[in-house]
Design a protein around this ligand. Structure first.
Ligand SMILES: Cc1cc2nc3c(=O)[nH]c(=O)nc-3n(C[C@H](O)[C@H](O)[C@H](O)COP(=O)(O)O)c2cc1C
Length: 402
């Protein structure tokens, strides 16, 4: 029966054997067949001593002949893309999760192979508690993140197998079956009755075994603090969590892609220029389509760029640039000067909340809830809300915008 081994003999783990198993483990399933993982093999005692504190000095780190750190790795794949004229887009949370999944599947497949060979191992979950120390020690580059550690060696102990919950406690037939009080009692009774677990309660001065977990072993405070540390490290390694606004507060590129959205309010025809950053609305400029004072655009134009120019006095000017049918670039300078100052100022406020990452749904609710003095401006806010709605997920363009 498989079990975790934490004590190892002095017998060497041959490099050829380890390499064979490391290679065989690569048969595990992997996303897009990309193998989004790397393994760092540590045999050097000085390196083990540097790794140990990251694992709360668990003795296996310095005592095992081999320490394997498995790393979620989008570095290699991204380098390959760049070298082959492809633009990788993997500095985000989903890509981290994919790489972490790959790395953990690899870890488990390797574990099974190592154990089949008679080797003993211990999985160290502490890898994700202090990832920065591991990154520094192993010189892990951006777009990599350590997710698992195995200490490996020939067993020098034969511990009794640990208990497990009964099958029906974790297998659900067709639908998830709720855990009634009676079922919980039944499933956990045997675990709670074990002498070692009663001893656990006594040592920790706790009434129940569950309290040993919540109050001593895995507390909310520790989990939250370690979560913050993990997220900080994830960001430093180049994996963005993509919270709305996370990137939006970065410096605006000089030119932003922009959609031209036309809408009608009462008799007036309006145009909105919606500046997009990574496909999300970042700023909005609106005004009347008007031959004399406002903006005149060829009907076919639905896209262009908003270019921000800095004036000598440090103020900014926003120009709209589009390509006409013949492929010539045409620039409409100074969008602000073309529009009514009142609308311009409201649009500025709306751009502010967009830039600082308020979720789009909330921005639209906010705009729709504004009740302003004149009928005109109220119908304008309706139009702007409609113009922005098309950027909500699963939203088709509003038939009233054209
Ligand atoms: C996510 C995870 C984290 C773990 N972290 C540690 C660890 O830091 N130290 C340790 O001694 N064992 C660790 N283990 C091993 C478990 O303690 C062990 O698998 C469990 O107690 C059951 O014992 P068994 O593997 O002998 O059946 C970890 C296992 C997993 C899956």
């Amino acid at each position: 029966m498989r079990k975790t081994i934490r004590k190892y003999s002095n017998r060497e783990v041959p490099e050829a054997l380890l390499d064979r198993l490391l290679e065989e483990a690569a048969r595990t399933q992997t996303m897009g067949n990309l193998q989004l993982y790397s393994v760092v093999v540590t045999r050097d005692n000085a390196q083990k001593a540097l790794l140990a504190p990251a694992h709360f000095n668990q003795s296996m780190v310095t005592e095992a002949p081999v320490v394997l750190t498995v790393v979620a790795d989008f570095r290699r794949t991204s380098d390959w893309c760049l070298q082959r004229k492809a633009q990788p887009g993997y500095g985000n949370f989903l890509s981290f999760l994919n790489a972490a999944t790959d790395a953990l599947l690899y870890t488990q497949t390797l574990s099974a192979l190592l154990e089949k060979e008679g080797l003993g191992l211990c999985f160290l979950g502490t890898t994700i508690y202090n990832p920065q120390a591991i990154i520094d020690t192993l010189a892990l580059p951006p777009l990599t993140m350590p997710v698992a550690t195995l200490t490996v060696g020939w067993p020098d102990e034969d511990p009794a197998p640990t208990d497990r919950l009964p099958l029906e406690s974790f297998v659900h037939k067709e639908q998830y079956e709720p855990y009634t009080e009676e079922r919980i009692d039944r499933f956990y009774r045997a675990k709670e009755a074990l002498e070692e677990n009663r001893e656990f309660c006594r040592i920790n001065g706790k009434e129940t075994l569950a309290q040993v977990f919540t109050d001593c072993r895995y507390t909310r405070e520790a989990n939250e603090q370690l979560s913050r540390g993990f997220i900080d490290t994830l960001r430093r390694q180049g994996f963005s969590l993509c919270e709305s606004g996370a990137e939006m507060t970065q410096k605006r590129p000089e030119a932003l892609e922009c959609d031209v959205v036309r809408f009608q309010n009462k008799k007036d025809r309006w145009v909105a220029f919606v500046g997009l950053w990574e496909g999300r609305p970042y700023e909005i400029f609106t005004g009347l389509m008007d031959e004399d004072e406002g903006i005149m655009l060829p009907k076919s134009i639905s896209k262009g760029h908003i270019i921000r120019q800095t004036n000598r006095d440090g103020s900014h000017r926003y120009d709209f640039q589009f390509e006409n049918k013949r492929g010539y670039k045409i620039t409409i300078e100074g969008l602000s000067g073309k529009f009514d100052p009142e609308y311009w100022n409201y649009a500025k406020l709306i751009s502010g909340v967009l830039r600082y990452g308020m979720p789009l749904e909330s921005v639209i609710k906010l705009i729709s809830s504004l009740t302003l003095d004149s009928d005109n401006i109220n119908s304008w806010t309706d139009g702007v809300a409609r113009a922005l709605k098309r950027y909500l997920p699963n939203q088709d363009a509003d038939p009233d915008t054209y």
